[in-house]
Design a protein around this ligand. Sequence first.
Ligand code: SAM
Length: 313
Amino acid sequence: MRIRPILRGVKSYLPFFSSTPASTGGTISARYCYSVWLRHQVTLFESGLDPHPRIVAELGPGDSLGIGLAALLSGAQRYIALDVVAHAAPDRNLAVFDELMALFRDRAPIPDDAAFPQVHPRLASYDFPIHILDDERLQRALAPERVQKIREDLASLYHPADDTCVSYICPWSDVDAVQAGSVDLVFSQAVLEHVDDIRFTYGACYQWLKPGGVMSHQVDFKSHGITDEWNGQWGYPDWLWTITRGRKPYFINREPLSSHLSAIREAGFEIVDVLPVHRDGGLKRRELAGRFRSMSDDDLGTASAHILARKPR
Ligand SMILES: C[S@@+](CC[C@H](N)C(=O)[O-])C[C@H]1O[C@@H](n2cnc3c(N)ncnc32)[C@H](O)[C@@H]1O
C-alpha cells in the first residue's frame, strides 16, 4: 500500500493546502488534443456512426479546450465544454488552437502509439483520415472568417454571446446546464472514471442529446498511480479510500466496466460498441476489498474501454 497518496488525502483537510489538482496532464498539448479528437472521429466512423456531429459537448476537457477545438476545426458548428474545475486558461486555449490549425492545414498524421503510448482508442492506421475529412470539408471548416470567429469566441469565453460557437460551463452540476435535446455528440477522454455519480452523468448526457445522438467515451479503469498494482483501487476498503480522496474535488469512482454499461443502459441508451483493453497481473480476487470481491473476471481484468452508445430515435 502506498503511503504518499493516503498522506496527500489527509493533507487536503488542512488549511493552506490546496486540494485541487494543479493540472490534468493531456490537453496542455495540441498534438495530444489532435490525436484524441481524430481517434474519436475515426472510431465513430468505423462503428457506423456519424463522424460529423454539428453540436458537440465534452465532459472534463482538463487543461485546455483543445479536443473540442479540434472538433470545431474539423467542421462542428458548436462546442460546449463542461468541467467541475476550471483548469483551462484562456491563453492556453488560444495557443493550442493556433497549433491545431497548423496540424489540420498540414493534414498531419494522427500522433500514434509511439507518440502517446497511454492513449486509447488505438487505430489500425494513423494516416490523416482523408476519407472522413476530405479537402472540401476541411476548406470549409478552416475558412479564415470561421477561424477568426472561433478565436474571438475563445477570447471572450467568460462573456459568451448568443451565437457563440464555444461555451465553457464550469463548474457544472445541473442537467439544465445544456439545453435538452440539442446535442449530436457527447464525448470524453479519461473523465468518466472520475465523475462521482455515473448514473446522474449518463442521465444528463441522455437529456442533452438529440434522438439518434451519440456518446463516445474513453474510460480508464486503472488506479492512476495511486496504488502499486494497476487495479489496486479495488483493494482499498471504503473508509481508507475516503481518507485517500480527502477534500479533492474529484478522484476515482472505482466503478468497473459493467457498472458503466448498466448505467448507460439504465439512462435509456443502446450500446453500439465497446472496445475493451484487457490486462494481466494486478490484484487477485482474494486481495479485493469486500464489496469488490464478487466482481466478474472480465471487470477485474479490464484496464480501459472505449464505449459508443446511441440515444434511440
Ligand atoms: C484526467 S483529467 C482528463 C482531462 C482531459 N480530458 C484529457 O484527456 O487530458 C479528468 C478531467 O475530468 C474532470 N471531471 C471530474 N469530474 C467531472 C464531472 N463530474 N464532470 C465533468 N468533468 C469532470 C476533471 O476536472 C478533469 O478536467
